[in-house]
Design a protein around this ligand. Structure first.
Ligand SMILES: [Zn+2]
Length: 132
């Protein structure tokens, strides 16, 4: 199976005109550098982790198609499965394409996960009192 260099370069030259895709940003898991998924995929998973179950909502929020969200949810691809197992680490936020409503506190959020819910979970109740 020898591929002719001339054919390859011809294909490369043709490609940019054919598929005009937005360059996908890649997100890397901070503690697992080998685990990489598209930024939008990771953002969709962050939304699922915060309890958003509606594919249409997730699709709008991360600018993917409903079909792509379904595929992410089914975790057919290996990196997505891996990320599903380890989860989006705490303290990592994703900028959303569209504002969505947090299913827990009902606030409108433009980053995932919801900062309000996140900080509530973060701070032990005792520390909420002023030490003055
Ligand atoms: Zn919230």
């Amino acid at each position: 199976m020898a591929s002719h260099p001339s054919e390859r370069s011809a294909a490369l030259r043709r490609e940019p005109a054919l598929k005009k895709k937005i360059p996908g940003r890649i997100w890397r898991h901070p503690s697992k550098p080998s685990l990489k998924v598209p930024y939008s995929t990771a953002a969709a998973m962050a939304l699922m982790q915060m309890g958003v179950r509606d594919y249409t909502t997730i699709a709008g929020a991360v600018a993917l198609s409903v079909d792509q969200i379904r595929r992410i949810d089914m975790a057919e691809e290996r990196p997505i499965r891996q990320l599903g197992l380890v989860g989006i680490p705490h303290g990592v936020y994703f900028k959303l394409h569209e504002t969505i409503r947090c299913p827990k506190c009902n606030a409108l959020v433009k980053i995932a996960p919801c900062v309000a819910c996140d900080s509530v979970a973060d701070v032990p109740l005792a520390e909420c009192h002023d030490a003055g």
